[in-house]
Write a protein that binds this ligand. Structure first.
Ligand code: IPM
Ligand code: MG
Length: 374
């Protein structure tokens, strides 16, 4: 039977997204993955030119691929008033929303999987032997996009009727009031928590830690924690504990070995995953998969660092490890394992390092060094 040719959407975005994806391509080519790479337009440039950072043609492309590699995009907080400064967009009434957030929601990529492993010899490791996997809910919570500023009169009236604490804001002018909604569903919580437990079971992990703020944000975070306790019943061989998000930031630094698999709602997962990535060398090592039932989009968890764009200075390892996650997700686990081994060897040798790793090699030289080990 002929080997399958994968269709992979290639979405460099902008800033250093382009640099790190170029290095990743060197590695995938050396692995001889049987794939067709299909470029997709996405990012700030298309927002400025077309009023859409995630154009319809790119959405169509993603409907017809097996997986995607995504670099980074400059995600600026643009308010309606600032938008009017972009001449092409004047009067269009468009609102800028981060394309990656839209992509996660549109394609229901409900798992944000962020493994953080301290590779031996990485001078940037905070402590050796850290091996923590973060499962972040990826479609709901404060990312729901249900936000108001100013707050509409009807909403203020309704909240005055329904919520006692809202009385504290009754004299605030509506244009000086802002509301961002934290929306959490049972179904959304169940599926991310179950994904974390399933991962623990399949990978012989001992413990799942539920990160929350159930003591204060009771409706959403309290429900999330209750659901975790229910689902834990299905996985009696795995230990479960839970921690407030603030406390775990201290404990993670103090005793990283106490943590194994972490699961959290979207915003807390966003924050915790940066913290854990820093423990294993910083965002240059933070790989990430946005995974749904039909599509997986793999990306470094770092941003677009526009000031380094096109200089081929930054470390591509986070993206190369994201490509490893893509290979695993596609079922190409042998290639995935080879790739991780090659990355680990290059880190251990420490001969080829980019500036952020304390060296002076380029992004592409690091990609080539990894490819040479394959
Ligand atoms: C991440 C990033 C994104 C997020 C930004 C770029 C919108 O921080 O992937 O962690 O907040 O999810
Ligand atoms: Mg983040």
């Amino acid at each position: 039977m002929a080997e399958k040719t994968y269709k992979i959407a290639w979405l460099p975005g902008d800033g250093i997204g382009v640099d790190v994806l170029d290095a990743t391509k060197i590695v995938l080519d050396k692995l001889q993955l049987n794939a067709e790479y299909l470029h997709g337009d996405i990012g700030w440039e298309f927002w400025q030119k077309e009023g859409d950072a995630f154009p319809a043609r790119t959405i169509e492309l993603l409907k017809n691929v097996d997986a995607a590699m995504f670099g980074a995009i400059t995600s600026k907080p643009v308010k309606a008033a600032e938008q009017e400064l972009v001449p092409e967009l004047q009067g269009k009434g468009l609102i800028y929303r981060s394309p990656i957030v839209r992509m996660r929601q549109m394609f229901d990529l409900y798992i944000c999987l962020r493994p953080c492993k301290a590779y031996a010899g990485n001078l940037l490791n905070y402590k050796d032997d850290v091996d923590i996997v973060v499962f972040r809910e990826n479609t709901e919570d404060l990312y729901s996009g249900v936000e108001f500023n100013p707050v509409p009169q009807e909403l203020a009236e309704m909240l005055t009727r329904l919520s006692k604490p809202f009385a504290a804001f009754k004299d605030v002018p509506l244009n000086e009031l802002a509301i961002s909604s934290k929306i959490v569903t049972r179904q959304g919580s169940e599926r991310i928590i179950r994904a974390a437990f399933e991962f623990a079971r399949k990978n012989n992990r001992k413990k799942v830690t539920v990160v929350h703020k159930a003591n204060v944000v009771r409706a959403t975070e309290g429900m999330f924690l209750d659901i975790a306790k229910e689902i834990h019943q299905e996985y009696p061989e795995i230990e479960m504990d839970d921690a407030n998000v603030d406390a775990i930031c201290m404990w993670l630094l103090k005793n990283p070995k106490n943590y194994d698999v972490i699961v959290a709602t979207n915003m807390f997962g966003d924050i915790i995953s940066d913290l854990v990535a820093q423990m294993v060398g910083g965002l240059g090592f933070g790989c990430s998969g946005n995974i749904g039932l039909k599509l997986g989009v793999f990306e470094p968890s770092h941003g677009s660092a526009p000031k380094y764009a096109g200089q081929y200075k930054v470390n591509p390892i986070a993206t190369v490890l994201s490509a490893k996650m893509m290979l695993d997700w596609l079922g190409e686990t042998e290639k995935g394992a080879r790739l991780e081994k090659a990355v680990a060897e290059v880190i251990k040798e420490g001969k080829i390092r980019t500036y952020d790793m304390g060296g002076s090699n380029t992004t592409l030289e690091l990609g080539e060094a990894i490819a040479a080990k394959l």
